[in-house]
Design a protein around this ligand. Structure first.
Ligand code: ATR
Length: 288
């Protein structure tokens, strides 16, 4: 028997979605674990998330990854939310449960933490972390980072009030983790070098650099950009010029996928070989 009829159906839903690397990643995870997973992509009009998800579920779909612009729609659609999805205010993973319930989770922050700690070998426990940005991407990673009990988490944003709002939202979680959580404008940050600086702004999309004190970067700093591409981002290049080690968000992409796979299947795939393969594909010259 080789047909897909014996396989459980999953997909990534987005708009656009044709460029998504998730079908490749989950195809590799299925092969690696032997799980009977069939994973495709689902393009939905921006105003028609719910009917497309319902049709997918009616056709036997078991779960979805959710990407731009539907993470808030998915949050609203879920009947149960994980604590990290509730904190993020956004859902990137939907699971259809046997009782018909729709479980919403958010694996983005976990993926970031795992990439930093496991793939890049930088422990976050006791670390001084600087988070640049206070939009949806930043909000989604705060709780998973606090779960690692860093020494300090400083959040800065072009619009300082949004960073202050995140600090207020996560004050209790920070206190529980014995982490010093602070934030505001880039000019108000605590002086000195950080162990990890995460760029969660959308700046890399248009090659702009978020405001940040150069003295925050040093040779002991990991400068992590949540964006990725064939070449280092402006943020990574800037950080390298200040002696820091740069990393892009490709590993986060793979590790959030691995965690979604775990949420669906209860089996945790190994992200590292898939990341290596994806990196090689990304760096290869594109065909003329
Ligand atoms: P996302 O879901 O990708 O986080 P978002 O919620 O729109 O998208 O948030 C975008 C983030 O990138 C915000 O922190 C934004 O700063 P503001 O809150 O001040 O708008 C930040 N951002 C976008 N472009 C930027 C730029 N050129 N320089 C600095 N920050 C930028």
């Amino acid at each position: 028997m080789s047909g897909n009829e014996a396989r459980d159906r999953y997909a990534v839903i987005g708009n656009p979605v044709g460029h998504s690397k998730s079908p490749f990643i989950h195809g590799r995870f299925a092969a690696q674990t032997g799980e009977p997973v069939d994973y495709g992509h689902l393009l939905a009009p921006v105003d028609a998330f719910v009917p497309h998800v319902r049709a997918f579920i009616e056709a036997g779909g078991r779960g979805l990854n959710v990407t731009v612009p539907f993470k808030l729609d998915a949050h609203a659609f879920a009947t149960t939310l994980s604590p990290r999805a509730a904190a993020a205010g956004a859902v990137n993973t939907l699971r259809v449960d046997a009782d018909g319930g729709i479980y919403g989770d958010n694996t983005d922050g976990f993926g970031l933490v795992r990439d930093i700690e496991v793939n890049l070998g930088v422990p976050l426990k006791g670390a001084r972390i600087l988070l640049l940005g206070a939009g949806g991407a930043a909000r989604g990673v705060v709780l998973p980072m606090l779960d690692r009990a860093p020494h300090t988490l400083t959040i800065v944003n072009r619009t300082a009030e949004k960073a202050e709002a995140l600090v207020a939202q996560f004050a209790q979680a920070a206190s529980d983790a014995h982490c010093r959580l602070a934030g505001g404008s880039a000019r108000a940050i605590e002086a000195g070098q950080y162990d990890v600086i995460v760029n969660a702004t959308a700046g890399s999309l248009d090659a702009s650099l978020p405001e940040c004190d150069d003295r925050a970067f040093g040779t002991g700093t990991l400068a992590y950009d949540m964006m990725y591409g064939a070449h280092p981002t402006v943020f990574m290049t800037h950080a390298a010029g200040l002696g820091a080690r740069g990393a892009d968000g490709l590993g986060m992409l793979v590790e959030q996928a691995a965690e979604s796979f775990y949420v669906w299947r209860g089996v945790r795939p190994d992200g590292a070989p898939v990341l290596a393969e994806l990196r090689a594909l990304l760096s290869a010259p594109s065909p003329a």
